[in-house]
Design a protein around this ligand. Sequence first.
Ligand SMILES: NC(=O)c1ccc[n+]([C@@H]2O[C@H](COP(=O)([O-])OP(=O)(O)OC[C@H]3O[C@@H](n4cnc5c(N)ncnc54)[C@H](OP(=O)(O)O)[C@@H]3O)[C@@H](O)[C@H]2O)c1
Length: 451
Amino acid sequence: MAASASAAAVVPPTRIVCGIYGAGTVGGGVVIVLRRMRERFLKRGLDFVVKTIVCKNLTKERDFELDEGTTKTDDIRAIVDDDEITMVIEVMGGTDDAREVTLAALRAGKHVVSANKALLAQHLAEIEEALVENPGCRMGFEAAVAGGIPVIRSLQASFRADSVTRVAGILNGTTNFMLSAMHRDGTSYAAILREAQARGFAEADPSADVDGLDALAKLCILARLCFGVTIAPDAVPTQGIRAVTSEDFEYANMLNATIKLVGVAERRTGADGTEAVSAFLSPALALKDSTVGAVGGVDNIVVVDSENLGEVAFRGPGAGRFATANSVVSDMLAIAAEARAGPTPGAPSGPDAVFPIAASPGTVLDFDTVARFYIRLVIKDTQGVLRVVGELAERHCFSLYSVLQTPIKTRDRVAFVVTTDETRSAQVQAFAKDIRSLEWCLDDPLCMPFL
Ligand SMILES: NC(=O)c1ccc[n+]([C@@H]2O[C@H](COP(=O)([O-])OP(=O)(O)OC[C@H]3O[C@@H](n4cnc5c(N)ncnc54)[C@H](OP(=O)(O)O)[C@@H]3O)[C@@H](O)[C@H]2O)c1
């Protein structure tokens, strides 16, 4: 009697048939983590079955084993056209095939988990439309921003009763590794880039990292989550780290600061009550012992300022096989658990479940940010330079706060720095353009905000 009662209580686990696009660093990590955690997930009543894995090169040797029963294919439609598959994991990167399969999966009523920030940032509007059409579908993208750091679901779940005013962070591990070494050892940009490439932190073509494009995509996703606005990546003022020199670190040191590549998105309320969201991606001066300034190496950090909570920081590994796979599998678990429980009356669905914060009506985008600035000028030493710099600052309606000068080595090429009082970025850019046109100015001035 007791035996049959306990047998009757056993509920078979829910089978979630999955397809994975990508068999690389993250795809392999997902397969391994699912296998490692299988017993624990089964105890929670969830049986993840990887039916199909899609890659480009079927003969390439892999550094992980496939489960018995998993098919490997290079047919891009094999997952989205398979009715048995209900959850699609997109970890192949790119924005062409990835866009096609993500939209096809959502339109076919499948859940999608993606690590692909470029796809999300560039095609957010289309993805949201697909979610509107299929409100039962979920899109998980914890891994797309700051890899292993659990920031996305925290923003989705824990700020619903709050109002975010600013989100800022170090969103790229490669450039943080490079800038941290330049700060610590005085290494040159070229030397540390070579080292990052040799150690596998930077690609042979490092543009996506050093020009800020990778971090920019993540910033746009964060801005959508925090402020409810869709920002096209190419609209955001973006400056990478190529122009940052070891001399800039000497000057930063004089200011008790270091230099970090940061993305910042901010909401301001005007005197008439209208809201404006601004964003920029730039190397910036951060005090050495500040929340952002203290983050070294390949780590990422996301700092959220909100009306109820004040400042909250999420710090940790922004990339890596298992850190990223952990985020992907956590999304898979959350979506599968929600699907098994069935819809909760009144719970948000479609895009509202994914992006719970909506922009206030009339919110505008305004990329003219307000900050104090560091401006490094490289000149041929000439009489009257400081007077002209001061006059131009006055013409562009801002005040200089300080002038910094390390000992001059050669008068043919002198770098010096001016810092400003709080001003608008457009005024600083106009000032820099005017300075650049002067005969004694040898390089584009490097303008960086203070955090
Ligand atoms: N690596 C990280 O630490 C990390 C962190 C956060 C987010 N992400 C994101 O995760 C995604 C994957 O990154 P990853 O590092 O795993 O890349 P990866 O190691 O280069 O792996 C990509 C995989 O996708 C396959 N693939 C690429 N394009 C394909 C296509 N058009 N059709 C079919 N298969 C295709 C490749 O096939 P072959 O192997 O046959 O060439 C490879 O197996 C990217 O969006 C990346 O931004 C990565």
